[in-house]
Design a protein around this ligand. Structure first.
Ligand SMILES: [Zn+2]
Ligand SMILES: [Zn+2]
Length: 190
């Protein structure tokens, strides 16, 4: 039996940028349609440290394929990224390419809990693309592969400070250890 509460939740706006019509497929298994689109990135597409800026152009390359249970969508999306370096906290920009594949079911009866369902001829690609982007994001983005990060002593960005940056102050723990060693030597002598 179809889950009525879920059916009523899904009322898609055909003018929303990420809502795509599958009308031309005509629900004939085997029919296929290829499309290229540029869509504005939705809000909060990413994680704390890095993500796709809102309204940035997402270049999508999509194939819609009619199968028995619904419409199979396979595609890739390319978008700019902006965030900060996980080591030195400098702002950085980059690009992301995320691949995805999702079966949008005609009927909630055939679908499991987390599956996507068509609203008439319409499907909403945003959640699918969102998941794909989050999976494809770098776990710790860096401004450059060999970013040396920040000085643990003074916090300066080491890439700016140069290779000679160091502090003469002896580490307090090391100083204490040196003290213990000389005490130990004295004990043995005495
Ligand atoms: Zn960095
Ligand atoms: Zn320093």
């Amino acid at each position: 039996m179809p889950d009525e509460s879920r059916m009523t939740l899904r009322s898609l706006d055909p003018r929303a940028p990420w809502v795509i019509s599958t009308h031309e497929l005509g629900r004939r298994p085997g029919s296929m349609r290829q499309m290229v689109r540029s869509l504005p990135a939705p809000e909060n597409l990413g994680v704390d440290m890095i993500g796709v800026p809102k309204d940035a152009d997402v270049e999508l390359d999509i194939r819609l394929e009619s199968v028995m249970e619904g419409v199979l969508v396979t595609g890739t999306g390319r978008a700019p990224l902006s965030g900060e370096c996980a080591r030195c906290l400098e702002p950085l920009t980059s690009e992301i390419e995320a691949g995805f594949q999702e079966l949008f079911f005609y009927s909630a009866e055939d679908a499991a809990e987390d599956d996507q369902i068509l609203d008439g001829d319409l499907l909403d690609l945003e959640p699918t693309f969102r998941d794909a982007v989050v999976l494809a994001l770098p776990l710790s983005p860096v401004c450059q592969d060999d970013c040396p990060g920040l000085c643990t002593e003074c916090g300066i960005r080491l890439a700016d400070a140069g290779p000679d940056h160091r502090h003469d102050k002896v580490d307090a723990r090391w100083a204490r250890l040196q003290g213990l060693i000389s005490e130990h030597d004295n004990d043995q002598e005495g």
